[in-house]
Ligand binder design. Structure first.
Ligand SMILES: Cc1cc2nc3c(=O)[nH]c(=O)nc-3n(C[C@H](O)[C@H](O)[C@H](O)COP(=O)(O)OP(=O)(O)OC[C@H]3O[C@@H](n4cnc5c(N)ncnc54)[C@H](O)[C@@H]3O)c2cc1C
Length: 477
């Protein structure tokens, strides 16, 4: 990693962090420069790992002083290139990793809150809550490596949004190092705090362009006593939406997840993971994985789900389905869902889209988007799945069998633009939960021009006039 930064400045960074917090060798830096989808490869002058908020503040102050770009990074599982450094002559960049900021500072069971540092891995937060008989509901397939700061900076969604909201809705307080090195300390654990503008929300979903999150106070929920899960077969997405409406009415807040899977997605998983089993004896075009959680015991959760499914079978809303009979079977159902992204590799080159529409428009979206893809790239295999209970569809595409992967990837821009346009035309968004990063900057300009983009630029200008925080991400270069 040949550095564009003067060795004397490198020594100043080393003085702030100590040797363990300043990586200069290529082997040490490599994991911070690779990106999950392999679309981008980062170039950074240094990787800096502060162990305290004060160290992070000193680093950012020094970067500001020398005009060095700061690329915040958590678990590096983002899917839009937001944590990729792009150092070049004239604009050096460092990666500022939250990895060593991983303490849980406080867990207050009576206040149902947890205060943790940005580098806490999401699964560790979930476990800490569980040990205290509480529940931290944010849940993503990447939870074994993504980190709280990254989750908040992307306003992560995941599988429990339906009941508990996105990451934004779980935050009560925040601590952020601003681009000028000052610390915005709003780590309050209050549910009522109407004291002017809600500034912490500015940093949530900002993808590191406004500051470096160092810690957050999040709300916890009671740990559910009973959790029951089922997979049901459906003829089409419209049936899934009808089932969703019925489930919300019948199950109320007990319904925590409602995930749609197309048959192509399941076929890829079965091929990719030989140990995986088709959940039902007969194949169906579409499936829903639904889960309920209750404050009552396991038997009650199972009874509620059974009663709901029986009612749907009787009324003709469903023709086939199976409820998990054990913990391992429940995990196997979720495995089918969580493996889709990886399993898509068996289908060759893929183009991935993460859009949202109002739940009532999901079927219309899928119908129109599939039709357009069929017209533009005949033979493309649609791998549609997602958090349909909150209108979020991962509308992924796998290359036609026998097509050159590169030729299919050449269609990326055109297909993605078309799918975004279909979603936006139905009142939806071209980016549901993955954010903008580098990948979707053109779409942001296309769909959020005018007043919205002006306001975003003004906020960036006020907080980061020198543009050192995550250069080029979200608003573009
Ligand atoms: C298999 C898989 C499944 C996924 N499923 C989902 C899903 O269901 N829902 C979903 O929303 N996402 C999902 N993602 C995407 C990703 O996991 C989330 O966006 C996650 O929140 C990113 O966290 P991270 O710690 O890896 O952040 P990173 O990838 O390191 O960073 C993401 C962005 O946040 C910024 N950032 C990171 N840390 C900080 C900080 N401390 N302060 C300021 N800015 C910071 C970075 O600069 C970057 O812009 C999935 C990813 C994978 C690989």
């Amino acid at each position: 990693m040949p550095s564009l930064i003067d060795p004397r400045i490198v020594r100043e960074f080393q003085e702030i962090t100590g040797p363990a917090g300043c990586l200069t060798g290529p082997a040490d830096a490599a994991p911070f420069l690779a990106e999950w989808r392999g679309r981008y490869h980062g170039v950074a002058d240094l990787v800096l790992l502060p162990a305290t908020t004060a160290e992070a503040a000193a680093i950012i102050r020094l970067c500001g002083h020398h005009g060095i770009g700061v690329v915040p990074q958590g678990g590096n599982t983002g899917l839009v290139g937001g944590a990729v450094a792009r150092s070049q002559v004239g604009s050096p960049e460092v990666i500022l990793s939250a990895r060593r900021l991983h303490a849980i500072r406080d867990l207050d069971p009576d206040n149902y809150t947890i205060t943790a540092e940005a580098g806490c891995v999401l699964a560790a937060l979930q476990s800490a809550a569980e040990e205290a008989d509480r529940f931290f509901p944010l849940s993503l397939a990447s939870e074994g490596s993504c980190m709280l700061g990254g989750n908040l900076s992307t306003n992560a969604g995941g599988t429990n949004v339906l009941r508990y909201g996105t990451a934004r809705e779980l935050v009560l307080g925040l601590e952020v190092v601003l681009p000028d090195g000052r610390v915005f300390d709003a780590l309050r654990a209050l549910r009522k705090d109407n004291t002017g503008y809600d500034l912490k929300q500015l940093f949530i979903g900002a993808e590191g362009t406004l500051g470096f999150i160092t810690a957050a106070t999040c709300t916890l929920y009671p740990r559910p006593r009973g959790v029951a899960t089922a997979v049901v077969a459906l003829p089409d997405p419209a049936a899934a939406i009808a089932l969703h409406s019925r489930a919300r009415l019948a199950l109320g807040d007990e319904l925590i997840a409602f995930e749609l899977l197309g048959r192509q997605a399941l076929d890829f998983v079965l091929e990719y993971r030989p140990a995986a089993r088709d959940p039902l004896s007969r194949p169906a075009p579409w499936y829903v994985l639904l889960e309920i959680a209750t404050a009552r015991d396991q038997a009650s959760a199972e009874a509620d789900l059974e009663a709901f499914l029986a009612d749907c079978l009787e009324s003709g809303l469903l023709s086939d389905g199976v409820a998990a009979r054990s913990g391992p079977q429940r995990e196997a159902f979720w495995g089918l869902r969580h493996d889709i992204s990886d399993a898509q590799r068996v289908g060759g080159a893929s183009i991935k889209n993460d859009v949202s529409v109002p739940v009532s428009q999901v079927a219309a979206f899928l119908e129109a988007a599939q039709r357009r893809v069929g017209e533009m790239a005949p033979g493309t295999r649609v791998v549609a799945f997602g958090h349909v209970g909150d209108g979020n569809i991962h509308f992924n595409l796998s290359q036609p069998v026998g097509m050159e992967p590169a030729a299919f990837l050449d269609l990326w821009e055109g297909l993605t633009a078309e799918i975004g346009a279909v979603a936006v035309g139905l009142g939806g968004s071209f980016s549901a939960e993955h954010g903008i990063g580098l990948l979707k900057v053109p779409e942001l300009h296309r769909y959020r021009g005018g007043v919205e983009l002006d306001l975003m630029r003004s906020i960036k200008q006020v907080l980061d006039p020198a543009g050192i925080m995550n250069p080029g991400k979200v608003l573009g270069d």
